[in-house]
Design a protein around this ligand. Structure first.
Ligand code: HEM
Length: 238
């Protein structure tokens, strides 16, 4: 059996995924949201698709906690995302999608295929929670573009924690670093985070592109310095 590790894992989850994060924020729906080019109805339709992923991930996470009870103290009740998507859909008076897009179906299939790997599922959750750091900027932009003045109207899925985002994220990461994980468990968690980025980038794609294919396609434009100085869409780091 592999010996448990004491080096913190969260720097790896952040630093070794910068490439996929940069691809994720530069294309598709995330880019159209941060630039404010997405229309109100396109955004609502996206929520109607994404709620299905979030429902599946909430359920898988509940099971992961049963399999690995030490995760329970990290996953607070306010980290279930389905209610946030449901509230936003209600605000935009838009129903859930009946027919799932191929990328949405792929994401759900992936969650189900990894249901017996609690740390992989937790890695998927890490990325949706971490994405709220950037989605706070998305929410700020979309409120302007859509003329929303109330802080929670229509934006719970993007900015569920408001002012406490940063502190909650730091607490979450500290809790992860306090877990005792073997190398194999660390790799399972890391694989979950990587898969979350790849599946998110793939949401808009008809045909699935693997991380190798995505990295090869974007190799010339990836720029770590630009990324670390405030992300490719001119977001100032907070
Ligand atoms: C819409 C464009 C996006 C922008 C502008 C953006 C921006 C940011 C910013 C400023 C941070 C905080 C970085 C820091 O702590 O120093 C962050 C963190 C993060 N973002 Fe994004 N992001 C975007 C899209 C996404 C997407 C689509 C995903 C997921 C697929 C994602 C996943 C994450 C994760 C997991 C973190 C936490 C990193 C960590 O500490 O491990 N982001 N993002």
């Amino acid at each position: 059996m592999t010996a448990p590790h004491t080096t913190p894992i969260t720097p790896r989850l952040k630093n070794d995924n910068w490439d996929l994060h940069q691809i994720a924020e530069r294309g598709g729906i995330p880019e159209s949201m941060i630039k404010g080019t997405i229309s109100r109805q396109q955004f609502a339709d996206y929520l109607g698709q994404a709620i299905h992923i979030n429902r599946a991930l909430d359920a898988a996470l509940t099971n992961a906690i049963v399999a690995m009870p030490e995760l329970a103290k990290l996953v607070t009740d306010d980290q279930s995302f389905e209610p946030y998507f449901a509230a936003d859909l209600e605000y935009f008076e838009t129903p859930e999608a009946d027919t799932l897009g191929p990328g949405v179906q792929r994401f759900i299939d992936h969650i189900n295929a990894h249901a017996d790997e609690p740390l992989h599922i937790f890695g998927l959750h890490y990325v949706r929670l971490g994405a709220c750091n950037g989605n706070r900027f998305v929410a700020r932009k979309l409120r302007q573009v859509f003329g929303i003045t109330h802080p929670t109207n229509g934006m719970m899925s993007q900015d569920p924690f408001g002012q406490s985002q940063r502190d909650q994220w730091t607490t979450f990461k500290t809790g992860i670093d306090a877990l005792t994980l073997t190398d194999a468990q660390r790799d399972e968690l890391f694989a979950g985070t990587r898969a979350a980025y790849v599946l998110t980038i793939n949401l808009d794609l008809q045909d699935y592109a693997s991380d190798e294919q995505l990295l090869a396609k974007h190799s010339k434009s990836l720029d770590r310095e630009v990324f670390e100085q405030g992300h490719s869409v001119h977001v100032q780091p907070n």
